[in-house]
Design a protein around this ligand. Sequence first.
Ligand code: SGN
Ligand code: CA
Length: 530
Amino acid sequence: MNHFEKSLIILAAGSLLALGYACSPTEKEKPAKPNIIFIMTDDHAFQTLSAYDDRYINTPNLDRIAEHGAIFTNSFVANSICAPSRAVMLTGKHSHANGQIDNSTSFDGSQQTFPKLLRQNGYQTALIGKWHLKSEPTGFDYWNILPGQGSYYNPDFIGKDGTQQYKGYVTDLITDFSIDWLDQHNQEDPFCLLVHHKAVHRVWMPDTAHLDEFADKTYPLPDNFYDDYEGRKAAAEQHLSIRTEDMDVVYDLKMADQEGDIETRLSNAYRNGAYARLNPEQKAKWDAHFDPIIEDFKKANLSGKNLSEWKYQRYMRDYLACVRSLDNNVGRLMDYLEQEGLLENTLVVYTSDQGFYMGEHGWFDKRFIYEESLRTPLLMHFPKGYSDKGQIPQLVQNIDYAPTFLDMAGIEIPGDMHGRSLVPLFGNNNPENWRDAIYYHYYEFPNEHMVKRHYGIRTHRYKLIHFYYDIDQWELYDLKNDPHEMQNLIDDPEYQDEIKRLKKELKELIIKYNDHKALKIFEGEMEVTE
Ligand code: SGN
Ligand code: CA
């Protein structure tokens, strides 16, 4: 064999090796069009999902999603409120670009969304549960949705054939309907199913089966429960406090006594609303649990800190009992997928429309760019062929979901989407050009809870915020030294260089995403009150 022949053999062997590498067994196994199950809950705080934080509750079924997949440890939303978050996810675009800036408007369903693109590319698409976008869903072969916020007990659902009321508990029903749909979907085509829960939205009505499990538990008060909001005017002027009447002892905490002595701002809304939906059998169990608590509450005649701390414990118990139903039902769905052999070819995503305050700063609700409501849980179970990743620490945002689903389905990602596919973060990859900052813009003011309008930027270390409209205030947080955002450093001389750098980066993001209005406010070309 001469030198040339030897070289040829080496070359051929090399090519074979290269070929083998390109089509490694794992690569070959990846489903070309995996099924997608996108589970989204409402207001589910990452603090109450044990894969993130196990101080309050253990959620084995939710945790299990990430066992063969990934848990995103820096997952954020673009605008921390329901309808806007849903629109961001459907479109892969920030709120100003998809038009859904707050909960009051109706979603423009004629625009491009990921379910439409999947459907055009051979997917069966279905939506079950909370929708909250007012306009009729578009891009789905099947839908069965709650009207508006929906009800916890005996809820109405709207389908293509009209409205029907079902007996039972909403988290169970949404799971039942999802499994029913999976049972009868056609076996030939891939599917994308959106399972969108109402829980854990206010007013946190647990399934009666879980009331007792949490009744005697006591939870540690967050260190900043008695925050005085010094140096933070927007934080001082919100209406989302557990410590004030913002959290209503009857409406939120179920203290509706049989005698009708306890009257509050929202007591009639509870008596005639959420409570009135219980049927006699459910009511009997509900009252058997709550009547003794109400009696003790009346006797104790609490005020001041005692009342605030009692309210916090009551809130935590109901909220966590609702999480228990979520965890059980996600477990039921995962068991079904496993039994049917579907897990292998299915991407399962678990997230919430935003985070929530579990007493931090003394609050419930969301809306602020501060950590507890900016963050949202994000867990994924990968289909076969994608290696397990464990924790993914890069900054990701709900603008990224649509591009991720399209990417995994082999569909070109439209250039006008703001988000990026998360697939490059899976496996052993650590892309160097990943983003180092996220952009945020919240608009719903003046409105319930009175959280002022603001936009801002968050990097791994810092957060810079501009509150505007009836206020013109900047805030800076150094998250490394102050993870609970108690100290506004905007006037601190030591941080002025950092502030300049962050303002420049914020402006670049505003321009990149084309948020015209924010640019004008940023440049001082528009009255902040416009
Ligand atoms: C309702 C709630 C608010 C909540 C908004 C938005 N009030 O209005 O507490 O902030 O929804 O929530 S309630 O009296 O109806 O419970 S969102 O998740 O839908 O955006
Ligand atoms: Ca929500």
